[in-house]
Design a protein around this ligand. Structure first.
Ligand code: FEO
Length: 492
């Protein structure tokens, strides 16, 4: 089966309605997904990407019904992960000498997965092009870490189609292929879920890459992703949406999540939420029990929020394990520009709340005061929880809030031991300070000015501002644009 995309481009991919897990069980694909592969028949016949390995046989069978496989001139692999390059072994067994165009990193990944170093690889870099006849070319754009170090996009001149692979995609299955044909609410929900759960850590790179691509001033009539829809109606909408999401995104929204042994922490969550809503009815407030709700939905809500409240009962003097797991994920997603605080019920020591506060601070949140309640909250404790919610609502308000007269007394009665993280200094200020390092926000490698980077002829004691713009992170190979100021070792 094929679907006509544009002129001589056809979709030859695979829908997967029933898949429910991705990346092991870390990402729940509640709406299924698709693996989009494209066949271009111009002067040359070109296959862009394949499908997931579990559909290898069906994919090659379907493709052979559409085109004589031996007449495929080039295979382009934008990304080596098994959901896109998975059918290569089955395909290349039929056309073993066909040139494969991919990044240098992808040769390593593809060989590591398929164990065929003899395949006819042609490594490409950003700006390289391939003539496919009829006056059209494929232009390659490396996009490392979107989603793997080997990722790239392929732009087809003439038809102005950007084959973007993972970027701008969604885990979303529909019999329709184009963005204007599907339920818009479902579509954008899945786009945001995908971004929040997969791409958030790479937001600085998303911004830099999109600006780089826009800098080419190429017309884009379609964005042909490798998961979900092809964007043909206003295709730049998803590019602009990515720019918005990558820019420390937040809405006027607060998310509470917790785990609760005896319902006591749940009672606290409800009362805190009531207090928030009472003072600021305009803020969206959502509550989730991590034991009962979809993890990826909670992480998406965190992504959307200006602040989060994380609760746990104290168990063996630590937090409950599912809360710890969520905090580990949140740390890895490297959210920025968000507030947070801990809460929870305890019986003896209340160690969970202290540990959550520390973990939130380590994860880069601006920390507000925590709240503990001993045993089951009674009427007085619940009143304190509601007052805590009112305080949070005022402190986290995006605009000044009117303080109702009836709340004034309470507002001053509760301790507000707020701890705000030290603001990050500006890049310019740091760049001139030779005592500070620069952190690669993609792979966490740190540039230490005292050491320089001898492999790139950057001498010791070279401040960041003097490091050449051609500098590439030794850890992940990405440029200066993804670095942020940080401290180095014990120096300040
Ligand atoms: Fe859709 Fe990174 O694979």
């Amino acid at each position: 089966m094929t679907i006509h995309v544009k002129n001589n481009i056809h979709w030859v991919g695979q829908r997967d309605w029933e898949v429910r897990d991705f990346h092991g069980t870390e990402y729940k694909t509640l709406k299924g997904t698709s693996y989009n592969s494209y066949l271009i028949r111009e002067g040359k016949n070109v296959l862009i990407d394949t499908v997931d390995h579990k559909f290898s046989r069906e994919f090659v069978q379907n493709l052979a019904a559409v085109i004589d496989l031996a007449s495929i001139d080039y295979v382009v692999i934008n990304h080596a992960e098994e959901d896109h390059a998975g059918a290569l072994s089955e395909l290349m067994a039929r056309i073993p000498g066909t040139p494969i165009y991919c990044t240098h990193n992808a040769i390593d990944s593809i060989t590591g997965h398929h164990h065929h170093p003899e395949w006819n690889f042609h490594p490409v870099k950003t700006g390289d092009s391939l003539d496919i006849g009829n006056g059209k070319q494929l232009v390659f754009i490396e996009t490392p870490m979107l989603h793997w170090p080997d990722s790239m996009m392929t732009y087809m001149t003439g038809d102005a189609v950007l084959f973007s692979n993972d970027a701008f995609g969604q885990h979303y299955c529909d019999e329709h292929l184009f963005n204007d044909e599907v339920d818009q609410t479902e579509l954008m929900e899945q786009c945001q879920r995908y971004y929040a759960n997969i791409l958030t850590p790479f937001s600085p790179l998303v911004t830099a890459k999109i600006k780089e691509v826009l800098g080419f001033n190429l017309p884009v009539s379609m964005v042909a992703t490798s998961h979900g829809v092809v964007w043909r109606d206003d295709p730049t909408q998803i590019i602009l949406k990515y720019l918005e999401w990558a820019d420390q995104y937040q809405e006027d929204r607060i998310t509470l999540f917790y785990d609760s042994m005896s319902n006591n922490t749940r009672m606290m969550a409800d009362a805190i939420a009531q207090g928030i809503h009472e003072v600021d009815p305009s803020v969206a407030v959502k509550i989730y029990n991590v034991s009962r709700h979809d993890k990826n939905e909670i992480l998406t809500q965190v992504f959307r929020s200006k602040g989060i409240l994380v609760g746990s009962s104290t168990m063996n003097n630590v937090m409950m394990p599912k809360v710890a797991g969520m905090l580990e994920e949140i740390t890895g997603l490297r959210f920025r520009n968000k507030r947070a605080a801990a809460f929870g019920s305890y019986g003896w020591t209340g160690g969970a709340v202290d540990r959550i506060q520390t973990r939130l601070m380590d994860a880069g949140f601006d920390i507000s005061f925590p709240l503990k309640t001993k045993w089951r909250p009674d009427g007085s404790a619940l009143a304190e929880c509601r007052e805590h919610g009112r305080q949070i609502a005022r402190q986290w308000a995006l605009q000044p809030l009117a303080v109702p007269r009836s709340n004034t007394t309470h507002a001053t009665a509760v301790t507000t031991a707020t701890v705000i993280a030290t603001p990050i200094a500006t890049n310019d200020a740091i760049a001139m300070n030779n005592d500070r390092g620069m952190l690669c926000t993609v792979c966490q490698w740190i540039y230490d000015p005292a050491l320089g980077e001898p492999d790139q002829l950057v001498a010791p004691e070279t401040p960041w501002a003097a490091v050449p713009e051609s500098f590439l992170c030794p850890g992940c190979g990405i440029g200066k644009e993804v670095f942020e100021p940080c401290t180095v070792g014990n120096r300040k």
